[in-house]
Design a binder for this molecule. Sequence first.
Ligand code: GLV
Ligand code: MN
Ligand code: MN
Length: 436
Amino acid sequence: MASNCSLLNPIHENLIIGELLMLFDDLRINKARLQNTLEESARIGKTDKNGLIRCAVTDEDKIGRDLLVKWYKECGCEVIIDEMGNIFAKRPGKNPSLGAVLSGSHFDTQKPGGRFDGILGVLGALEVMRTINENGIELERDFIIVDWTNEEGGWFAPACMGSGVWAGNHTKEWAYARKDRDGYAVFGEELERIGYKGSFPASHKEWNIYAAYELHIEQGPQLWKENIQIGAPKGILCLHWYDIWLEGTANQVGPTPMAGRNDALLAFSEMNIVVNNVAHQMGNMVGTVGEIQNYPNSRNIIPDKVHFTVDVRSWDDDHALKAWEMMKKEFEIIAERRGCILRTEETWKVAHAPFDRELYNRVVEISEQLNYSCKRMVSGAGHDMSEINQVTRGAMIFVPSVEGRSHVEVEETPYEDCERGTNVLLHCILKTANEV
Ligand code: GLV
Ligand code: MN
Ligand code: MN
């Protein structure tokens, strides 16, 4: 540890914890430093339209990780890299046996994605660490920043891969064997290639975590539309991912009559409509086809193979499952009628994540103390917290997304909002890491 991390500032020495917390009421993060850090991150994998392409286990991901590790070491942290490449930066507290407070998110992006999704959660936690350090504050508990591997799952499915293994929902061997969207690269080999297949066991059982916070952009329109500064989600919708393969018969488009074709793409087109219709009919859920591969993808060959994905989300897990069952039944009828073979696979299923009541309320209370407007809400986007919340107490802090846009290059959150969210995180950490 650097000396300013481990020493209590002499003026704090005779104060009891309650008095210390009052003393820190006025403490705020450094907005300019947070902005600089976000801007430095936004250069790694930058696209022409000011977005980012920094998919997990790529060369850009490695550059981003190297920078994070450098920053963590400058803070005097112990850096631990586990078998899934999850990076932990630990700042010891006075009493490590009490259990640590964990905060972070992910540094990988969609292809292409924006500059804030996940990144704000990691760099916000880093800014909190820097603020605590420079004020010579000693915490009762360890404070740990985490960067989870492959949260996005857009290139190597599923999402939340690093946190999912850590939470015990997949084996690391299963994750290592996952192939990329093109079916070529193997996840474990790529993780090793970029030098981030660590040796520390990727399991929550190796850690004593007391509470976890994740700062994130909302990725939806509510805060932006209502002009509210902070969102306090009570939890995250369930996320169910399915992969579907269709096999028909390829043929020359000219001489083959319209009647009797086994056109896999046509069958898919009907199935896409089914997903949309079922989601509308059921209500209280969303259903999306986001990825499709069509083969041989030639304008004058009837397509014989299609692969596509279905993403189903709801607060009610049974409701989401019922919707999928309805979709699947319709798919079977369509496949039969179109003379196609249908195969479906459940790729990922994470239950809806209700957050810890006390931590969730704390986000609201601290926002109010800081005079920020705050809204209780639900997260439609998936987060590592969906997994983490299953093995520890968790909560999230949201800040607005301009026009509700995310997973796009124009994703934007004003730095003032990033600052406010990071101040809420700072005070959540100060309070929670001093609870004994
Ligand atoms: C995570 O990025 C999600 O799919 O919501
Ligand atoms: Mn994210
Ligand atoms: Mn995302």
